[in-house]
Design a protein around this ligand. Sequence first.
Ligand code: KG4
Ligand code: ZN
Length: 365
Amino acid sequence: MGSSTHTSDAPVAHPLVLGIESSCDETAVALVRGDRTVLAQAIASQEAEHAPYGGVVPEIAARAHAERLAPMIAKVMSEAGVSLDDLDAIAATAGPGLIGGVMVGLVSAKALAMAADKPLLAVNHLEGHALSPRLADAALTFPYLLLLVSGGHCQILAVEGVGRYRRLATTIDDALGEAFDKTAKILHLGFPGGPAVERLALEGDPKAVPLPRPLKGSKEPHFSFAGLKSAVLRASESCAHTDADICASFQQAAVDCLIDRLALALDTAGPFPALVVAGGVAANKTVRAALETFAAKHAMRFTAPPLALCTDNAAMIAWAGCERLAAEGWRAGADFAGDPLDFMARPRWPLDPAAEAVRGAGVKA
Ligand code: KG4
Ligand code: ZN
C-alpha cells in the first residue's frame, strides 16, 4: 500500500477510515487503518428483536439501527482516541440490503462527511465481504475465486482486483444462509438458524435422509435451494427421521451443491491460485472443511476470514474503503473527492453489473 512515489526511508502513510454497516440486522461501526489495523469496533446484534418472527423484520431493523448507531460511533471513536479530524474517509454500506437500515447508515455517514469535510465512500456490502479476507490475510493477492455465502447471497465470484468482480454463479431462489434459517424454522430450532442447524447436525447421520441436490451436475452455473428446503419440510412432516438426522443430511446436501457448483466455475473460468470463502455461512465448520479439501484437490490455497469477519461487520466496510483509497492512489494530505453526498441507498446493487439478471435471493418472482 502507500503511493508509488514513496521512498524507502520515508514512513508509509495509511488512511484511517470509519466504517458503518447497517444493511441487515447488525448495527456495526469500526475504525480501520490501511495497514490492516482495526483500531476499535463495535457490533450490536438485533437477534432478540427479530427472534419472535423467525426472520429479520425490515421496519424493526431500521428503527433499531437508528436508535443505536450514533452512540456506537461516539463510543468507537472515543475508545480509539480518534477525532473526526483524524479520519481520512467515512465509509458506509450503501446497498444491497434492507433499504431502511441502509439509509440510516448511509445518511449518518453523509452527515459526518459533511460536518468533518471528509470524503464519503459508499461501499457495496458484497464488496465488503469479497475483500474482507485481505484484511486478515496480507498475503492474499488477486485474483481469487470467492464463494460468498450469507443470509442474502449465494454467489461465486472471480475477484480480479478492487472494483473488478466477475460473477460466475448466483442463486436462482434462496440464499444458502436463508436455507439454513428456514430449515431451523421448520424444526423449531430458533433464529438465526445456521449455528443451531450446525450444532444439531453434529449428532446426526448425514446419509440418513435422502434429500435432493438441486442443479447438481447441471451446466447452468447457478445455485438453487428452494427444493432442498421443501424436501426438509416433507422429511420433517413425515416424522420418520430425527431432527439431528435431518440437519446433518441437509447440511451434507448443501455442501454437495456448493462443491459441484464450484467445480463447474473452475472448469469454465479457472484455474485460480486461491479459493476464499466469506459471508455468514463461512462460519460453518462442515462447509469450511469441504472447501478446504476441494481447494487442496485443485492445488488452490484456501483461506477464510476469522469468524467475526465472516458475518456482517463494519471492519469489512472500512477495509473496503481503505482498499478503494489505495487503488485510487490515495496520498496523505492530497484531496480525494469520494462519492457525492446525494449518493442514493440501493436495495439491489450487483457487484458485477455485466452479469445476467436471474431471479435470485430477495427478488420476488
Ligand atoms: O453474512 P451474514 O452475517 O449476513 C448477511 O449478509 O446475510 O450471514 C448471516 C447468515 C444467516 O443466514 C445465518 O444463519 C448464517 O449466515 N450462518 C450460518 C452459520 N452461522 C451463520 N449458516 C450455517 N452455519 C453456521 N454456523
Ligand atoms: Zn453480509
